[in-house]
Design a protein around this ligand. Structure first.
Ligand code: SF4
Ligand code: SF4
Length: 331
């Protein structure tokens, strides 16, 4: 049974106090994995909450670029947005700024490898600092999602979100040739634009470079259950042999995630902070708190129209942690 520490006080001091209860014995260089908030999103966590934590641990803020187009797709504009959102008091590191690599894995249903940002190799330990909120495909996003999706490279995100190959809207193509130069699989031909499905490696680069938005992520090709299983497996594969502790903040809980520039207003506020060494236990405890405070059996099924229960069950089956936890409230 995992221990989950809980404080109703959401403050920099409470975060620092809870962290010390789960802290690493020999942390080395620490990355705080968090979310800088999408351009236009108003629900992401207030940066100042991590001020004491970053000052006392000398940790860097770490994040990865996202799959879809926007400021967080490219390193420079992503860093600029982070600073605009107030993450300007600790070093910032976009982990896939210099590319990605693959590590082999065994014993998983969906994958035999995990695709990771190169920068992950620079850190000895990670504080997984997650805003607990809704998500249209995973039901909720907490520690598991922050690791599984948030620490994967763009091809790793592509592998979880969709079938491997981008969709094409060929009528938009103006034959500029930009995609040909950036395709590492030499998989694109023009007039008309086509992808060779045998040589495409699913890297998603064409999605980002095409000025006409010809290439698209085939979101609907993946059911929510399969998506949640892939997310869990990625989280487990990334966590293998890595030092991680987990902090979840339950505040500004919206039906949609911080990647959504038009996320609806929160349906729950000011619940508290949790800390644990158990990635599954902290998400289960967070979900139980949300459900108990909204008096709903499955709050995210109500608000986000997707249940995250399969995420938890599959995480337990994968050995990610324990569904049983001891909630220890701190003053
Ligand atoms: S980058 Fe887009 S518009 Fe240009 S050739 Fe490729 S598919 Fe066509
Ligand atoms: S996903 Fe990558 S490999 Fe496949 S066509 Fe696009 S750029 Fe080429």
């Amino acid at each position: 049974m995992g221990k989950v520490y809980f404080s109703k006080n959401i403050s920099p001091e409470a975060i620092w106090n809870l962290y010390q209860l789960v802290a690493f014995d020999e942390p080395g260089k620490i990355g705080i994995k968090l979310h800088f908030g999408e351009d236009g999103n108003h629900n992401f966590l207030e940066p100042g909450l991590t001020r004491l934590l970053t000052r006392n641990t000398k940790a860097h803020f770490v994040e990865t670029n996202v799959l879809y187009l926007g400021k967080r797709h490219e390193t420079e504009s992503h860093l600029q947005l982070a600073r605009e959102h107030g993450f300007n008091f600790a070093p910032l590191h976009i982990l896939d700024a210099d590319g990605e690599y693959t590590e082999p894995r065994q014993g998983y249903k969906h994958y035999q490898e995990v695709r990771l940002p190169l920068g992950i190799k620079e850190y000895d330990s990670f504080i997984i600092y997650s805003h607990f909120k809704g998500h249209i495909m995973s039901g909720f996003g907490g520690a598991i999602k922050n690791v599984g999706m948030g620490m994967a490279s763009i091809p790793g995100k592509m592998a979880q979100h969709a079938s491997r190959i981008p969709l094409i809207k060929g009528e938009r193509c103006i034959n500029c040739g930009i995609c040909l130069q950036s395709c590492p699989g030499d998989a694109i031909t023009l007039e008309p634009v086509k992808i060779n499905y045998h040589t495409c490696i699913g890297c998603g680069k064409c999605i980002g470079v095409c000025p006409q938005r010809v290439f698209n992520i085939p979101w609907s090709s993946t059911s929510n259950h399969v998506f949640q299983e892939r997310l869990v497996e990625y989280a487990a594969m990334i966590a293998e042999n890595r030092n991680m502790v987990f902090i979840n903040v339950i505040d500004r809980v919206s039906a949609s995630c911080d990647c959504d520039s038009g996320a609806p207003a929160p349906f729950l506020n000011n619940v508290g902070i949790l800390a644990s060494r158990d990635m599954l236990g902290i998400d289960k405890a967070s979900l139980d708190l949300v459900n108990s405070l909204t008096s709903e059996e499955d709050s995210f099924l109500t608000h986000s129209h997707t249940s995250g229960q399969h995420q938890l069950k599959y995480a337990a089956a994968t050995g990610l942690g324990s569904l049983e936890y001891e909630l220890i409230e701190q003053g």
